[in-house]
Design a protein around this ligand. Structure first.
Ligand SMILES: Cc1ncc(COP(=O)(O)O)c(C=O)c1O
Length: 399
């Protein structure tokens, strides 16, 4: 009997990219191939591989067997035809944008993208005479109007960092395709367990693999996936010459982390929702941002396009930044660090992490209160995390 059953993301996270192990000499785990170059006994075979007539590897800045397994795994999780990896998430974002944009082009995005992405938009692209139009995040009408003026690329990130704002991917993609623009989505916060933007029409999906994909905060990496092989080939070509390739050891660490991607993310989804609900009723907390809460402005859109609401939430405490100074160091089970998406809970105020370079006024204009805490839920027992928050919040003294 034919087996037409589709495997799920949990099985893909473990097996994708690892099915053909003829080259691994029976290893059940993907070996780390550190070799910079690959030798040949026959000039004609070597030339065929170099000309891409035959599969094989020449030089690890271009392709590498360990790195290729990582690309295949994420590619299958995102439901893509093709993928190319990078040394970091920022390398994925910058290489993709610089491959696709040329002087005179226009790009439409949102104000709340990750700080590094925003720097590319406001500091680097304008130097190349590229017009950047950053719309109010989640204002779909404003985005549609900006797109209708014509643009080459629409760049999305949903949920956003740090206030987990949501953009309707299908709606904005439709508007972008009407003017012939390509849509790129940063899926770092959601992960392919919770959201697969390509299935919603997006052209390219990218990740900082350093976050949830790897999950252990011990390897940097980035990846771009898409269904148009020629488009990915162009980005690959830019990267092979530009040189921002993923290192084999990092690819291995990311692969090892990804085996538990589904387990981790499902747990983080559940814990973050429970923590967000707990914080909502706390007297020392005056705002909770989480797309899984019914009170979130775009909860309905999140419900439509996400399978789970993710491990990231943000909340503001009464007493602003002074209160944060007292409260955060009292948490026993959270790193105070500029990172997210790992097995340990990580906390940080945007005023010190993602938005440190903005002034107080700029943060206020972006809807980021000074007392905001970005909370990346780990996989600790959720009741232990809630008890930890409860004891630490006690240290905030009301005026
Ligand atoms: C949403 C998002 N995209 C991209 C990046 C950049 O990734 P990397 O630090 O791997 O360069 C980050 C980093 O925090 C991020 O949060």
């Amino acid at each position: 009997m034919a087996d037409n059953r589709q495997i799920t993301q949990a099985t893909r996270a473990i097996w994708s990219g690892e099915k053909d192990r003829t080259m691994w000499e029976g290893c059940t785990q993907v070996p780390v191939v550190h070799s910079v170059s690959f030798g040949y006994q026959d000039i004609d075979v070597w030339q065929d591989v170099a000309l891409e007539k035959t599969e094989g590897h020449i030089y690890s800045r271009n392709t590498n067997p360990t790195v290729q397994v990582f690309e295949d795994k994420v590619r299958e999780l995102e439901g893509a035809e093709s993928a190319v990896s990078f040394s970091s998430g920022m390398a994925a974002i910058s290489n993709t944008l610089f491959t696709l944009l040329a002087p005179g082009d226009r790009i439409v995005s949102i104000k709340d993208t990750y700080g590094g992405t925003n720097k590319i938009f406001v500091e680097f692209l304008p130097k190349f005479n590229i017009d950047v139009d950053l719309c109010t995040t989640s204002d779909h009408e404003e985005m549609e109007a900006a797109i209708a003026k014509g643009c080459k690329i629409v760049y999305l990130e949903t949920p956003t960092n740090p206030t987990v704002k949501i953009t309707d991917i299908e709606r904005i993609t439709k508007a972008a395709h009407e003017v012939g623009a390509l849509v790129i989505a940063d899926n770092t916060f959601a992960t392919p367990i919770n959201q697969t933007p390509l299935s919603l029409g997006v052209d390219l999906v990218l990740h900082s693999a350093s976050k949830f994909l790897g999950g252990h905060a011990d390897a940097l990496g980035g990846i771009v996936c898409g269904n148009d092989r020629d488009l990915i080939k162009k980005i690959y070509h830019f990267r092979e010459i530009n040189g921002a390739s993923l290192a084999p050891m990092d690819a291995y660490s990311l692969l090892r982390g990804m085996k538990t991607l589904a387990l981790r993310v499902e747990k983080q989804n559940q814990s973050a929702l429970k923590i967000a609900r707990y914080l909502q009723g706390h007297p020392k907390v005056d705002g909770v941002f989480y797309p899984g809460l019914e009170s979130h402005k775009h909860h309905d859109i999140a419900k439509k396009q996400m399978k789970g609401f993710g491990g990231m939430l943000a909340f503001s405490v009464v007493g602003g930044f002074d209160a944060i100074r007292v409260f955060l160091p009292k948490l026993k089970y959270a790193h105070m660090a500029a990172n997210l998406g790992c097995v340990e809970t990580v906390v940080g105020p945007p005023a010190v992490t993602s938005h440190v370079e903005c002034s107080r006024e700029e943060r206020a204009a972006m809807g980021i209160p000074e007392g905001l805490v970005r909370y990346s839920t780990g996989i600790e027992d959720v009741d232990d995390l809630i008890a930890d928050l409860a004891q630490a919040l006690e240290y905030i003294i009301d005026d």
